[in-house]
Write a protein that binds this ligand. Structure first.
Ligand SMILES: C[C@](O)(CO)[C@H](O)COP(=O)(O)OP(=O)(O)OC[C@H]1O[C@@H](n2ccc(N)nc2=O)[C@H](O)[C@@H]1O
Ligand SMILES: Nc1ncnc2c1ncn2[C@@H]1O[C@H](COP(=O)(O)OP(=O)(O)OP(=O)(O)O)[C@@H](O)[C@H]1O
Length: 274
């Protein structure tokens, strides 16, 4: 039995630059991994089996990990038989990319096991065909992500700061949030050039970012507004990751954050950039 660590991500700003003819959207975002992990237990098996500790996550063929393994088999002609159990610690529908991270982690694992038949570029291409957030997880540090999530630019920056994340116990549906993006909400690429000059200091960056999907998510899910208002009232800068519903703050939470999260039944994760 082997145990793989599958980390969450956060989006540091997210803008929509175009609606694409294929129904997807071109985005502009910076992404970084954080030390909140699902654990994936892997052992040999006569057939491919995928299950998880979270009853709201589909088992078997519907699980994104199962789909990733099958795509790997189709692409390489190899046969992968494993029993995979995912201990879900990353909240689902939080904008933390848990499913995508699971898929990327298993793809990297089986590719290594078979002596790297696929290059990083091929893994990124294969990953993008399964889920838009998967390509990012093959990279390290702060990554600029554009296109539908498949154009990646390394920055050579790796943040070290502590981060805290609040999950309000209500999931947000990525497809539904994207479907509410209006032409008026699109941002011109040239208006985003200033963001690139702020990435050297994460504290400056978080003061200047916006999240178009976050604006929609907080309009529709009142609890996200409540979390943001609460952290702002306490003097922190809160931002929404992905399409929500999780809110993050760069820094360590004071005692009052613990107390409020307990009282409201919100999940608080004290992590750091990795
Ligand atoms: C919000 C983000 O998490 C930001 O990192 C991602 O853009 C979403 O990535 P994801 O959850 O892996 O998304 P997918 O599973 O590929 O797509 C779910 C749905 O979101 C919409 N979608 C997704 C990505 C994108 N660039 N444009 C879209 O319009 C599509 O309707 C798609 O059917
Ligand atoms: N291994 C998996 N882990 C989590 N969710 C999975 C998995 N396989 C399939 N899913 C389904 O994928 C959907 C979204 O999962 P996930 O939690 O990764 O989204 P998210 O937090 O909104 O991430 P993103 O930031 O990529 O949009 C859920 O409906 C879930 O049932």
């Amino acid at each position: 039995m082997e145990i793989l660590l599958s980390p969450a991500k956060i989006n540091l700003g997210l803008w929509i630059t175009e609606k694409r003819p294929d129904g997807y959207h071109n985005i502009y975002t910076y992404m970084h991994k954080v030390s909140l992990y699902d654990r994936i237990f892997v052992k040999p098996s006569p057939i491919l089996k995928v299950s998880s500790s979270n009853p709201s996550v589909p088992e078997g063929k519907e699980n994104i990990v199962y789909k990733a393994v099958k795509e790997f088999e189709n692409y390489t002609g190899l046969e992968v038989n494993l029993e995979i159990f995912i201990e879900k610690n990353i909240p689902v529908g939080a904008g933390l990319g848990g499913g995508s991270s699971n898929a990327a982690t298993i793809l990297k694992y089986i590719n290594d096991k078979f002596g790297k038949p696929l290059s990083e570029e091929e893994l990124i291409k294969l990953g993008a065909s399964i889920g838009s957030d998967i390509p990012f997880f093959f990279k390290e540090g702060l990554v600029k992500v554009t296109g539908k999530g498949d154009i990646l630019e390394d920055t050579d920056i790796k943040y070290e700061n502590p981060v805290f994340i609040i999950y309000p116990n209500i999931p947000s549906d990525t497809k539904d949030i994207y479907s509410k993006v209006d032409y008026k909400m699109l941002t011109k690429l040239e208006d985003l050039a200033k963001i690139d000059s702020l990435i050297f200091d994460v504290n400056k960056l978080v003061e200047n970012i916006e999240n178009t999907l976050g604006i929609i998510a907080k309009e529709h899910i009142g609890t996200i507004r409540e979390v943001l208002n609460t952290v702002e009232y306490l003097g922190y800068i809160g931002n929404i990751t992905g399409s929500g519903s999780a809110v993050y703050v760069i820094g360590e939470p004071g005692n009052e954050v613990d107390i409020i999260c307990k009282a409201k039944n919100w999940k608080l994760f004290k992590v750091k950039f990795i």
